[in-house]
Design a protein around this ligand. Structure first.
Ligand code: FES
Length: 150
């Protein structure tokens, strides 16, 4: 069976495109695919690992069930998006670019979600939440099972 990357010539300049394809297909880059690619291209695995960690669009870990995007664009920044981010980081114990150990949440920051009028804004999967405060964030995360009831 042809693997996904065999449609590319064995030339190093295609490595990034193949990694992007793998990311698209699996939502992350599985370790066994990285090993196969290393053998196919004759590129050391360590080199592929550094590429996969260098590019922000690539991830070596599966993303969480819920992807939280916190806007840190100008309008949101002025309206304390940092406080929102801090609240999420403290509640879930992850930083932007990370996923909780239970695979439930991934956290990302973005530059504008196109909803500046309701800043500060975050999106969980496709659902928008605006005019956020720390206590609202805690309540919202609770709905997703990401904060303790106290
Ligand atoms: S700057 Fe945050 S939605 Fe535009």
């Amino acid at each position: 069976m042809r693997t996904l990357f065999e449609k590319y010539p064995k030339e190093k300049r295609y490595t990034l495109s193949i990694l992007q394809d793998l990311q698209k297909q699996y939502g992350y880059i599985p370790k066994d695919k990285l090993i196969e690619l290393s053998q196919y291209m004759g590129i050391p695995l360590s080199r592929l690992y550094s590429m996969a960690t260098f590019y922000k669009a690539l991830s070596l870990k599966p993303k969480g069930k819920y992807i939280i995007k916190v806007c840190d664009g100008t309008a949101c920044h002025i309206r304390s998006s940092k406080t929102i981010l801090d609240e999420i980081e403290n509640t879930l114990g992850i930083k932007p670019g990370e996923t909780t150990d239970d695979g439930k949440f991934s956290l990302e920051t973005v530059n504008c979600l196109g909803s500046c009028a309701i800043a500060p804004v975050m999106v969980i999967n496709n659902k928008y939440y605006g005019k956020l405060t720390s206590s609202m964030v805690r309540e919202i995360l609770k709905e997703y099972g990401g904060a303790d009831d106290e």
